[in-house]
Design a protein around this ligand. Structure first.
Ligand SMILES: Cc1cc2nc3c(=O)[nH]c(=O)nc-3n(C[C@H](O)[C@H](O)[C@H](O)COP(=O)(O)O)c2cc1C
Length: 161
């Protein structure tokens, strides 16, 4: 029996995640989008995966360059998440940001919890998405508090007692 797509979407919307911006570069062209479908996969070798919608403009940039960076957003970066998710002013997403360049050439965003610079080691066709498996070549770490996302809203972790 086919599952109800409404139930599928509603249930997955209740799966709380962090929020990332996945960036990439081909030559001078940099691009990035907001992504919650990010998972750690292996410690040795260090592998992570991201799922990119085939209709996104980020997907062909990663496919061509074979590299991507995962920028993990901090609790005060919901505006940045919305900016990189919106189709409006798509070419202005990086405006005003002090962007650094990672080893692979992928852009790193300021003010994040940290970032993983990755080289694609496999790309799996998965329905309307492509799963990019990346080997991590560089890691940036801070102690910033992460941004969370669930049921269409942003949140932060409850303070520890
Ligand atoms: C919180 C949040 C999480 C998202 N997660 C994903 C994701 O995991 N994969 C994806 O392809 N799109 C995801 N999106 C949607 C893209 O960010 C959005 O479609 C964006 O406009 C794509 O940009 P592009 O076409 O320039 O690549 C997410 C959006 C939001 C707000």
């Amino acid at each position: 029996m086919a599952i109800s797509s409404d139930d599928f979407k509603t249930l997955l919307g209740g799966w709380a995640t962090g929020v990332t911006i996945v960036t990439s570069r081909v030559g001078e062209k940099i691009h990035g989008m907001t992504v919650s479908a990010f998972t750690e996969v292996s410690l040795s070798p260090p592998l992570v995966l991201v799922c990119a919608d085939k209709s996104s403009n980020t997907h062909p940039v990663i496919a061509e360059s074979g590299v991507f960076a995962v920028n993990i957003l901090a609790a005060d970066q919901a505006d940045l998440s919305n900016r990189f998710a919106s189709k409006k002013d798509e070419d202005k997403r990086f405006d005003g940001l002090d962007v650094e360049t990672a080893k692979t050439g992928a852009p790193l965003l300021p003010g994040t919890v940290g970032a993983l610079d990755c080289r694609v080691v496999a790309a799996h066709d998965a329905g309307d998405h492509v799963i990019y498996l990346g080997e991590v070549e560089e890691v940036r770490v801070t102690e910033r508090v992460p941004l969370l996302y669930c049921r269409g809203s942003y949140g932060v972790m409850a303070a520890k007692d």
